[in-house]
Design a protein around this ligand. Structure first.
Ligand code: NAP
Length: 286
């Protein structure tokens, strides 16, 4: 039996074990997938032990996607550019880091949806992947807002060096300029854990009247499926998507890397997995 897991802190909310078991069932793979709580101070030791373990692959979630990099033996070029790893392959006792959040995000959003100006809230691992996807898709101006403005500025400086043809701006999330930047944007992406259970009391500083009719709202959070931001999008009457599609696509991409072969892309698998995950989320909320 193949062994996989997700590490994070917290990780109990993760839908990845259920999602991967749906993949194994569909593709008839004999495998097991666990959620393992790894505290930041234990990350180095966990990865050291992982080298000699029988795990073939590991997914990485909050808060380790950036801090994991120095402890790996190699990192894919794409993950290096992004500066975040969410998928680790163990091969011959070596740990190789990949990023499948970016391709998961790309697979979930048609290129036509990106438009000229994008507002991204967040400056962590998810924001790095999404920022790279938006640049690859041709967004000409991207405005980053983050609770900790220094992190937004650091990301802006780093990515301006890597992608000099894209105009990048960075502000504190509390900066009132958010409203005017939103009024010119065609895409708003929440790449923070704000609104994620069990801390869903911490709200983003947004109201329905801040969203104009042409904007598309993408919340990478999926617990709960109707996040506060999505409630705001519904009240504003604009189109929206939660993070479930991205989650499923990044999971399939991780599985391909671990198995080292293509998996036939099946719309029916995506549909079935999404409905299983939705049922689980609705059960959790009832
Ligand atoms: P991370 O690296 O730890 O970054 C967390 C980000 O969220 C930081 O920008 C942080 O701001 C911000 N943040 C946290 N709490 C906040 C609050 N109450 N108000 C405003 N900002 C807050 O985490 P990550 O890996 O980027 O993940 C971020 C979120 O994306 C998580 O909810 C994760 O589950 C989700 N995600 C979803 C998918 C998917 O497939 N759907 C994939 C990846 C991630 P500071 O810098 O100020 O701390």
């Amino acid at each position: 039996m193949l062994k996989f897991a997700i590490i994070g802190d917290p990780v109990a909310h993760s839908l990845s074990p259920l999602m991967h078991s749906s993949f194994y069932d569909y593709y008839r793979i004999d495998a097991d997938y666990n959620a393992i709580l790894v505290k930041p101070n234990d990350l180095k030791e966990f990865l050291q032990n992982l080298r000699d373990s029988d795990y073939l692959g590991i997914n990485v979630t909050i808060p380790h996607k950036e801090s994991v990099i120095p402890f790996l033996d190699a990192v894919s070029k794409e993950a290096q550019t992004i500066g975040a790893v969410n998928c680790i392959l163990r091969r011959n006792g070596k740990l190789i880091g990949y990023n499948t959040d970016m391709s998961g995000f790309e697979a979930s959003l048609p290129v036509s949806m990106y438009g000229e100006k994008t507002v991204i809230i967040g400056a962590g691992g998810a924001a790095r992947s999404i920022l790279t996807a938006c640049i690859n898709a041709g967004s000409q101006q991207i405005v980053i807002f983050n609770r900790t403005p220094e992190k937004a500025e650091k990301l802006r400086t780093e990515f301006s060096g890597k992608f000099p043809h894209t105009v990048l701006k960075a502000y504190a999330l509390a900066d009132p300029i958010l409203k005017s930047e939103l009024s010119q944007a065609s895409l708003l992406i929440n790449a923070t854990s704000s609104g994620m259970e069990p801390d869903s009391d911490e709200r983003l500083p947004l109201r329905p009247e801040d969203l104009h009719q042409g904007i598309f709202v993408y919340d990478v959070v999926y617990t709960p499926p109707t996040t506060d931001l999505i409630k705001i999008a519904i009240q504003a009457g604009v189109s929206y998507l939660n993070g479930l599609d991205m989650l499923i696509h990044q999971g399939l991409e991780s599985l391909k890397i671990w198995l080292n072969h293509e998996l036939p892309f099946q719309k029916s698998l995506i549909k079935r997995t999404k409905s299983e995950l939705m049922s689980k989320l609705l059960d959790n909320n009832s």
